[in-house]
Design a protein around this ligand. Structure first.
Ligand code: SF4
Length: 343
């Protein structure tokens, strides 16, 4: 069976292709075609002999995903991609264009086991993990399709990255590698619902990427109502792990808080969040709160907070000297905004 080249690290590929390629400089050329020139076919490797190209295509594949749908927002030009895998499963990724730099929000799993009630991915159940190659290929395919350079990657699409730890870690190393994607560590953010052992393991890797923790509540009982499957980790344990990550990496930590009307958006909730963050992180501008207005998801029991409540919530955090931003929904008209990546 053919191997997906992107599934392999460079040293794994060197071992797998040792009977095809015998010189180091040819391996270097292959990696340039794959990661720098983003070639989608071995035929494009024009500085390699025909014999090597044929042998590579007999043993490896460069693309396993197909773009089956592309929806473009009329509001902000965000693009929602639907990809189909070789085993005919579909999942999503989002291209987020901006004047200064373009980013992608990619998936790490097909579906998600966390089952957050404000998220349409959570409602679709869990199918399987994406491979390292499938994670990385989303970026290459979007770059090829948009003809735009991507300089920011958000692991905020479908799935809980911490549950696909090994593949996500391998993909992260490829994104950071000078010989592969070479994306700056401050331009990569991994969002997690709070899988404590994975946060600590990632901290020990010290890759320096940014971490976003989906907290959404400061009360364990209330949090369980939005994240029914919290995998047994309490808010205290999650904040402990986030603190460990923050101390180890010194990279920006984002606390994500989805604002739901009459559920977690009261001034008292804002004061509790401010107290928790001040107690655990003191006042540190590198610890920020991202307030996410709830985006409509079909059959959800929740409603969005009013603009007034969102502003009040933010102001309470600011009065407590906590950096807080309201995240602008991108691609809401094509169901590409936060929590809307479902079928
Ligand atoms: S919000 Fe994230 S963790 Fe929760 S169900 Fe959706 S994809 Fe999974």
């Amino acid at each position: 069976m053919k191997k997906e080249l992107l599934d392999l690290t460079q040293s794994q590929f060197k071992t797998a292709a040792k009977n095809i390629i015998h010189k180091d400089y040819i391996f270097e050329q292959v990696f340039k075609w794959v990661y720098e020139k983003k070639a989608a076919s071995f035929d494009d490797f024009t500085n390699l002999s025909k014999d090597i190209r044929i042998k590579l295509s007999e043993n490896f594949v460069l693309r396993t995903l197909t773009i089956v749908k592309k929806e473009i927002s009329n509001i902000d030009s965000t693009i929602r991609y639907t990809f189909k895998t070789a085993d005919k499963k579909s999942f999503f990724a989002v291209f987020l264009p901006s004047k200064d730099s373009n980013s992608v929000c990619i998936s790490s799993q097909i579906g998600c086991p966390a089952g957050c009630l404000f998220c349409s991915t959570g409602k679709s159940g869990f199918t399987r993990n994406l491979s390292r190659g499938e994670i990385l290929e989303q970026i290459l395919q979007i770059e090829n399709d948009t003809k735009q350079k991507i300089s920011g990657v958000l692991f905020m699409g479908m799935g809980e990255p911490a549950f696909n730890y090994n593949n996500v870690l391998s993909a992260l190393k490829s994104l950071l590698s000078k010989k592969e994607f070479y994306i700056g560590k401050r331009h990569i953010t991994l969002s997690t619902v709070g899988i404590v052992p994975a946060i600590k393991k990632l901290a020990d890797e010290n890759l320096g990427i940014r971490l976003a923790v989906s907290l959404h509540s400061v009360d364990d009982k209330q949090r369980k109502r939005v994240i029914p499957n919290n995998f047994g980790f309490s808010i205290d344990e999650i904040i402990d792990a986030a603190q460990y990550y923050f101390k180890k990496t010194n990279s920006r930590l984002t606390i994500e808080y989805i604002l739901i009307k009459d559920f977690n958006d009261s001034p008292s909730d804002a004061h509790k969040l401010a107290r928790l963050l001040k107690r655990r992180f003191l006042i540190n501008p590198k610890v920020q709160v991202n307030l996410i207005p709830f985006n409509y998801v079909a059959k959800s029991p929740f409603l969005p907070s009013t603009s007034l409540s969102i502003e009040k919530f933010k102001n309470i955090l600011k009065l407590n000297r906590i950096t807080a931003n309201i995240r602008q929904a991108k691609g809401a008209d094509i169901s590409a905004a936060c929590g809307q990546l479902g079928y």
